[in-house]
Ligand binder design. Structure first.
Ligand code: CA
Length: 376
């Protein structure tokens, strides 16, 4: 396990502070502010994605295949979803709004689709207009469908994000085919993709000239991306991805780059055996951060509001396996400190900021919590 010296020091300081608190029962403020949680939406199983509408109401995807509109304290089921196959990690997944949603009502949804070639399913991206009055999706358009289908229930991705130029990015995981998909740009899976908002493939995507390539691909050599977000200042797309045992990563996505999976990795097989000796290779990008042991990251957003004193510009990442919310302090493109928030709250599946600047986390089997500072 490699931890850089500054991170190690900060972890030690934090640990000592916590011990001090236990021993003397004197409150020691280990972070600039303290937080309490308010359960806002209950009765949810796996709320995989959340999207706040301009009126602060909320669209929620339940992985088991229900889309809800939460408004005025009530969860209303939204009609008009396509055919979704529930298997393993696949089902109804992410949801985001078009950057100009106010004027066009487009929402973007990722899901496991059984359509097309072969038995099973693969990741699909669609958009539709959300008709809030009638609680339904209309004008559904399929924008991308990975192929072929597979009966594997593993590594669908699939997070969605827009950049400042209005391009749509999404992740598709390696579908459990580590040695087949991620390094081969003629195949789907283990990639980040880029489309125009209407699904057209940008003519300057990196592999448009390459024979046989899947030309929606923007970067490759990825494992399974469960977090994707735009940096609030640079506008770059940041992504995290699950490693195997160890080696979960944060990557900043650049056009046409190879992020190395599974040729280079900081992780090992689940049984502890090695699948590569390499952590670096020329022509392959290094993550800006990696987690060993794996936290199983899910959901990711930058804090851009002033509500949480001292936290502006920090990155939030949910942890499924260790059941907390991680706050990462960032300087430029470097992670300089990690802080554990909401310890033992449960499997944190998604984290988003609402239009009024509050942070919301979705926790499996519990629901959606709002984070409220108590000593602002
Ligand atoms: Ca990598």
């Amino acid at each position: 396990m490699k931890i850089s010296t500054p991170i190690l020091l900060l972890l030690c300081v934090s640990f000592i502070a916590q011990c001090h608190k236990k021993q003397n029962d004197i409150p020691v403020d280990t972070s600039p502010i303290s937080i309490q949680t308010e359960l806002i939406v209950d009765d949810l199983t796996i709320a995989w994605g959340m999207a706040f509408l301009p009126d602060k109401s909320l669209l929620i995807t339940e992985k088991s295949g229900t889309l809800y509109h939460y408004i005025d304290g009530e969860k209303k089921e939204v009609n008009g979803l396509p055919d979704i196959l529930m298997r393993g990690q696949g089902g109804l997944m992410d949801i985001i709004l078009h950057p100009n949603y106010k004027n066009n009502n487009w929402v973007y949804i990722s899901y496991a689709s059984p359509e097309g070639e072969g038995e099973g399913s693969n990741t699909a991206i669609m958009r539709a207009k959300f008709d809030a009055e009638n609680n339904t999706l209309t004008e559904n358009q399929l924008l991308y469908k990975a192929s072929p289908n597979t009966t594997s229930g593993r590594h669908y991705g699939c997070r969605l994000a827009f950049d400042n130029q209005g391009y749509l990015y999404f992740t598709i995981g390696d579908r459990g085919e580590r040695d087949l998909n991620p390094q081969d740009i003629t195949l789907d899976g283990g990639k980040v993709y880029r489309l125009h908002d209407d699904g057209q493939i940008p003519t300057d995507n990196p592999f448009v000239e390459q024979t046989g390539a899947q030309i929606a691909i923007y970067s490759y050599g990825h494992r399974n991306g469960q977090g994707l977000t735009k940096h609030p200042i640079t506008g770059k797309i940041w992504k995290h991805e699950h490693g195997p045992k160890g080696g979960d990563e944060i990557n900043i996505i650049d056009k046409g780059k190879n992020y190395g999976w599974p040729i280079i990795s900081y992780g090992v097989n689940y049984d502890g055996t090695k699948f590569t000796e390499l952590t670096h290779k020329e022509g392959m990008e290094q993550p800006i951060h990696y987690w060993t042991p794996s936290i199983a990251p899910s959901g990711m957003c930058f804090i851009t509001s002033d509500i949480y004193r001292g936290w502006k510009g920090n990155l939030l990442v949910g942890s499924l396996s260790f059941q907390y919310l991680e706050r990462l302090e960032i300087e430029g493109n470097k992670v300089v400190n990690r802080v554990k928030l909401l310890p033992d709250i449960g499997r944190v599946r998604d984290v988003r900021m609402s239009p009024d600047g509050y942070i919301y986390v979705s926790v499996e089997s519990k629901g959606i919590f709002k984070l409220v500072p108590t000593n602002k």
